[in-house]
Design a binder for this molecule. Structure first.
Ligand SMILES: C[S@@+](CC[C@H](N)C(=O)[O-])C[C@H]1O[C@@H](n2cnc3c(N)ncnc32)[C@H](O)[C@@H]1O
Length: 317
């Protein structure tokens, strides 16, 4: 068993070309897993980063499982070749928590590793990964009746990963709120929601007692017009620089404590320059969530602005 100096980056679902473009100096590609030796890189289009890759040699399926189990309990198989042999090793490992989860919940504390076979007798494995979920994947127990869209799942995921969420009575601005999935999720937490959109919200969401609707262009509203808010959230479809300009005003005003915003990419393009500017704001995380599509999620909490954690994906980790 030998440690490899470098990291492996598991591409966000459907975005391997984006990840490859972010890592032109990669050393190998195994399916959707891109390995770059040397110092850590900071690509955005990942679902999971293998933080401590190991090269493990083994003679049999049983020995591979025994070696992995000797390191820790949880291992997510990532079949990139030799699919049957990968499955046989996985069968000999403890079962993974795969059932849909009821929101809210705390992210699992136990380390979640991942492995892939390189050939019949060697595998690449990492006991430490950036995501607490197997290969970055998980599903929520969905509410098929309450929310008017399924967009609420990405807000739920962002709040689970943030380790924080709006509490009862907290003031939230939900920009680009129509038809009302995020607003529904925020109201469900007991928050007071100002739901802003140029389009109407679904009437049953708009009429919830803790929801106030503003039919308006969110970006022409100044922070001072809305006042102090605990959470500023945006799922507005717009060019990333327009969102950054609006967010910058909020940061300057000091009127918003916490932010969760979707950075939506246009067409096939990836606006890396603006994404880098979001990521450079103190205390920021920019993630591709399992429930994101061609978009990234910027999370910025008051807690992290005051003392940025040293773990992935904060700058410096
Ligand atoms: C992806 S949808 C939001 C879905 C919503 N988060 C949900 O959970 O149902 C994006 C919304 O942004 C709104 N939008 C686009 N530009 C806007 C702007 N400048 N101000 C306010 N809303 C805007 C659109 O009308 C659209 O309803």
């Amino acid at each position: 068993m030998r440690e490899i100096e470098g990291r492996c980056y598991h591409a966000a679902r459907g975005f391997l070309p984006h990840l490859l473009a972010e890592l032109p100096d990669r050393d190998r590609v195994d399916g959707e897993l891109v390995t770059a030796l040397g110092p850590p890189r900071r690509p955005y289009w990942t679902r999971n980063v293998w933080l401590r890759p190991l090269l493990v040699e083994f003679s049999s399926v049983g020995e591979a499982a025994k070696l992995l189990r000797g390191i820790q309990r949880n291992w997510a198989p990532l079949p990139t070749r030799l699919h049957r042999r990968t499955a046989l090793i996985a069968e000999k490992l403890p079962p993974l928590p795969r059932r849909p989860k009821a929101f809210p919940f705390d992210p699992p504390g136990a380390p979640m590793g991942a492995f892939t076979l390189l050939d019949e007798h060697s595998l690449l494995a990492s006991p430490d990964c950036s995501s607490p979920f197997p290969n970055g994947e998980f599903e929520f127990m969905e509410d098929r009746e309450g929310p008017p869209s399924r967009a609420y799942r990405k807000l739920w995921e962002a709040l689970v990963l943030a380790g924080a969420r709006p509490g009862p009575g907290e003031r939230c601005v939900d920009a680009g709120a129509s038809p009302g999935g995020w607003t529904w999720a925020l109201a469900g937490l007991g928050a007071e929601v100002i739901a802003i959109d140029r389009a109407d919200l679904e009437p049953r969401i708009a009429s919830l007692p803790s929801v106030r609707v503003m039919r308006h262009d969110a970006f022409t509203l100044k922070p001072e017009e809305l006042g102090q808010v605990d959470w500023l959230l945006s799922d507005v479809i717009c060019y990333p620089p327009a969102l950054l300009a609006w967010i910058s005003k909020w940061l300057e005003s000091g009127l918003a404590r916490n932010f969760v915003c979707t950075i939506k990419m246009q067409g096939e393009a990836f606006d890396k320059a603006t994404t880098d500017r979001f990521a450079a704001l103190p205390g920021s995380r920019v993630l591709h969530l399992w429930h994101n599509r061609h978009e990234l999620t910027w999370i910025n909490l008051e807690r992290d602005r005051l003392s940025p954690p040293l773990a992935w994906p904060f700058p410096g980790a």
